[in-house]
Design a protein around this ligand. Structure first.
Ligand code: 0X9
Ligand code: ZN
Length: 300
């Protein structure tokens, strides 16, 4: 955590024209939730927002997102697809949980709020978002791994991210929620298996499949693209459902990075670069799709 914080600070300091650090919110235990915004003219261009590490034990998510930040400042020329876009990255959306997983319990998933239960701690942040909160794949029991919290946005982490999204002058064109593991590209809605549609569902599916193909071309890893509830399982109150249903951003995806289950959350260090590059490849593909949308300027 300290390493990631220091990296963000140094990056912003070393590249003042292309990288800006901000604090989105403060976690339950008082840690800052940071964002870094990359691009030449933030505010005018279409924006892609990546939220990483809602789940504490999914260490590859903050790692891959941090790698991507470095790529976008140091090797920006390798990403022409993102040239006219702003990319904002929240590398650690659940800093308390992440720190707890690093130091006490490798398998910790939730945040670390004490809440009403004295017996069990933590809320599953990816069940705490306000769109269809409380439905399938969530639990009212604080002792479960998918505890949804007492009400939607009961947690400072989700509330802070929500307010951050809503306070931006322009809504982002894309919101990508980064997790592990399983190698999936998930398209909303994921709150149940009824296949609730929206007008541009096919656009999302098609871009999801393109991301999957691009990843396959890199090192032959298969990422299954499809509806979140069908490809994994139903889960209400997730970020991607809120991004689509409430925020109304167009390209909203959940990404489950490497691996396919062999090592699971304990992805060997030797795979970090490849897993991170797969994220970069996916974001590049997404960049092409987002660049095809009308710009802020031409929409004025
Ligand atoms: O359970 C989750 O939040 C995600 N999987 S994970 O193993 N990273 O915990 C999947 C969420 C899928 N999204 C929806 N079904 N809405
Ligand atoms: Zn997760």
């Amino acid at each position: 955590m300290a390493d990631i914080d220091a990296f963000l600070e140094q990056t912003a300091a070393a590249h003042p024209t292309t990288a800006r650090e901000s604090v989105v919110s403060t976690s339950a235990e008082g840690r800052p939730i940071k964002a870094i915004t990359l691009g030449d003219a933030p505010g005018r261009e279409q924006e892609i927002v990546l939220v990483c590490g809602q789940h504490a034990r999914e260490w590859i998510a903050p790692a891959a997102c941090t790698y991507l930040v470095n790529e976008l400042v140091v090797n920006r020329a390798r990403y022409p697809q993102l040239k006219d876009l702003t990319v904002t990255v929240v590398p650690v959306a659940n800093p308390d949980g992440y720190e707890y997983s690093r130091t006490f319990d490798r398998r910790w998933r939730k945040n670390r709020r004490s809440g009403s239960s004295t017996r069990c701690q933590g809320v599953d942040l990816n069940r705490n978002w306000g769109y269809k909160w409380g439905g399938e794949g969530t639990s009212p029991d604080p002792c479960t791994e998918n505890y949804r919290g007492p009400h939607a946005f009961s947690e400072p982490e989700t509330r802070g991210l929500r307010d951050y999204f809503l306070s931006r002058t322009r809504k982002p064109a894309a919101v990508v929620d980064i997790h592990s593991y399983g190698q999936y590209i998930l398209v909303p809605y994921g709150y149940d298996r009824q296949g609730h549609m929206y007008s541009d569902y096919q656009d999302l599916l098609s871009v999801g499949r393109q991301m999957s193909q691009a990843i396959y071309q890199y090192k032959g890893k298969t990422f299954r693209a499809g509806n979140a509830a069908n490809v994994i399982y139903p889960a209400a109150g997730s970020l991607i459902d809120w991004a689509k249903g409430t925020l109304g951003s167009k390209y909203d995806f959940g990404l489950e990075l490497r691996d396919d289950g062999r090592y699971g959350f304990n992805l060997p260090a030797g795979q970090i670069i490849d897993a991170s590059t797969e994220l970069a490849v996916a974001v590049r593909t997404l960049g092409t799709a987002v660049s095809g949308l009308p710009t802020a300027h031409s929409a004025d």
